[in-house]
Design a protein around this ligand. Structure first.
Ligand code: ADP
Length: 543
């Protein structure tokens, strides 16, 4: 029997990650209950007063589970001071002491003093080969413990080891998951903090502390609560998320701001969840959006600068065109006009003679007519001048032209507090057109609309730019305002060159617009808007 006992070895598996913490793994209560039944059963079957499971609890060995049997001197949690189990653990082999009193080496040990003179124990190991403890029986009388008893003990030991194996695996998995989470938290890629619904911050990683510029002590001491980090103007939105979290256990990530220790603000994206449903604690992850916001603002600024530059260019173009026109008109018209006046005076002279020289007067009148024609030719040429750059017609989507134009007048819209409504047809047939000239038409119509609403103070200044395909399949663009509108007497004259009702107006805008649209084979006209305002529309044939 001794041979078979000494031949037994504990299972030994390669060391795994849990080895270092094996001693600290807690055995759950349901397993302890099962083990309790095992030792009770052992004591009963073997008719011994004591069956125990011992566990190493460095530097001691402690009674882990002890049979509820009569005469058992071992209490769970008590230290095991005797050498029996220690020997089993050291050798890693079963030990049988039928009667300690017969053996010099064993006769004076604490177990004997407790009356336990015989012992049979086997080692219990963790799957990694580390010792967990022993399972053993003791008797207050001599006991040879038959081979069957040893087998029974080993059988129960195997059951315990199977439990330890599942426990170690579970522990390993949890540990691995914890390590990953810890890595995420410690890598400081994002801010992480653990909170409770009572308002406390229980833990925070370095990145979160950096974002809010508090010391860990400020937060985990409870002096600063998470609600204190939220500016007052964010609290309503914040509270809505807290309610969401209370009811669903998590909240969708959202952008908000935190107040730093120095009072400045930091934009963040935050999301979170409670650890368990209905639980009081949870984790929040926080991303610092400062850099993203800065880049966005920079892009917006650049865009704005670009638009302003374009608008200035458009303004400059407009002014330059007007300036050129004025100069050339003045020069060109002035000459024939002076000639008309001179000839008219000459004509009067011929007619006032005592004997009027009708032939000479007629010649003067003919020159007057010729000069008049020359003047109107000048005007015609000036108007043609507006179109003088040859059209560069390419296939265009008018919606694109409208969209490209709007940024150019954005500043004017804003500074005049005009609300722009765009209602563009989802699809339009392409047209053949000159992109720049069509933009000029739209700019002119929009600028006129803005100017016409300058005196409107009793309602929003709304300007609508629309596009659609009309009944004749042409592309139609309209610009409607709610400004001063067009009086019946002016309706016919708007498109006449030099007609203006503005003190600083040139009266060339609409006339140029009309010639551009004409050159595109289209039509530009005006109507009144109900209940107020003007509507300018133009059509261009589809390509
Ligand atoms: P100007 O630059 O002098 O305004 P335009 O040819 O663009 O030259 O316009 C001629 C005139 O047509 C304007 O002076 C104004 O009386 C009238 N007009 C143009 N657009 C509008 C509008 N949206 N609402 C009312 N009147 C307008």
């Amino acid at each position: 029997m001794n041979e078979s006992i000494h031949g037994e070895r504990t299972a030994s598996e390669p060391q795994d990650r849990s080895s270092s913490v094996a001693h600290s793994i807690e055995v759950p209560s349901e397993i302890i209950r099962k083990w309790q039944e095992i030792v009770n059963l052992l004591a009963e079957i073997m008719h011994v007063p004591s069956a125990c499971i011992m566990r190493v609890d460095p530097p001691h060995i402690k009674v882990f589970v002890s049979s509820r049997s009569e005469g058992n001197p071992c209490e769970p949690g008590a230290l095991d001071t005797g050498p029996y189990c220690e020997t089993v653990m050291k050798t890693g082999q079963p030990l049988l002491i039928p009667d300690a009193l017969e053996n010099e080496a064993w006769k004076a040990n604490p177990h004997v003093r407790l009356g336990m003179i015989s012992y049979l124990g086997v080692p219990i190991g963790w799957p990694n080969g580390r010792i967990f403890g022993t399972i053993c029986v003791r008797d207050n009388k001599r006991n040879e413990y038959s081979e069957a008893y040893l087998k029974l003990l080993l059988h129960f030991r195997d059951m315990l080891q199977a439990d330890l194996k599942s426990l170690a695996r579970l522990h390993g998995e949890i540990e691995e998951r914890e390590t990953k989470i810890r890595r995420l938290v410690d890598s400081n890629i994002m801010g992480v903090f653990i909170w409770d619904f009572d308002g406390r911050i229980l833990e925070a990683n370095d990145e979160f502390l950096r974002m809010v510029s508090y010391d860990r002590e400020d937060l985990v001491s409870g002096r600063i609560r998470w609600a204190d980090l939220t500016p007052p103007d964010w609290r309503d939105r914040n509270n809505a998320r807290i309610e969401q979290q209370k009811s669903s256990g998590r909240f969708e990530s959202f952008e908000k701001e935190y107040i730093r220790k120095d009072g400045s603000r930091v934009p963040v994206l935050i999301g979170g969840a409670t650890f368990e449903e209905g639980g009081n604690q949870g984790v929040a992850y926080v991303l610092d959006l400062t850099e993203r916001k800065r880049v966005e603002a920079e892009a917006r600024e650049n865009e704005q600068r670009y638009r302003e530059a374009q608008l200035e260019l458009a303004h400059a173009n407009r002014v330059a065109t007007m300036g050129q026109l004025t100069a050339s008109i003045a020069h060109e018209v002035n000459q024939p006009l002076s000639a008309v006046v001179a000839n008219a005076e000459a004509c009067l002279g011929w007619l006032r003679r005592r004997t009027p020289d009708v032939d000479a007067a007629c010649r003067s009148v003919e020159w007057i007519i010729a000069d008049g024609n020359r003047a109107s030719e000048v005007i015609r040429r000036v108007r043609a001048l507006a179109n003088k750059t040859s059209l560069e017609k390419v296939p265009l989507d008018v919606n694109d032209v409208v969209r490209e134009t709007i940024p150019l007048v954005q500043r004017e819209l804003i500074s005049h507090q005009v609300l722009l409504r765009m209602e563009l047809a989802p699809t339009l047939p392409m047209i053949l057109g000159d992109r720049v000239q069509l933009q000029q038409v739209i700019i002119n119509l929009v600028m006129n609309g803005i100017e016409s609403m300058q005196s409107v103070t009793d309602q929003p200044r709304e300007l609508a730019v629309r596009s659609r395909q009309d009944e004749t399949q042409q592309v139609l663009v309209s610009v409607a305002d709610c400004g001063v509108g067009i009086s019946a007497e002016n309706a016919d004259r708007l498109f006449t060159a030099f007609f203006t009702t503005k003190s600083s107006g040139m009266g060339m805008g609409l006339s140029i617009c009309r010639s551009i649209i004409d050159a595109h084979g289209g039509r530009l006209w005006a109507a009144t808007c109900e209940p107020r305002g003007a509507l300018f529309q133009f059509t261009i044939p589809a390509d």
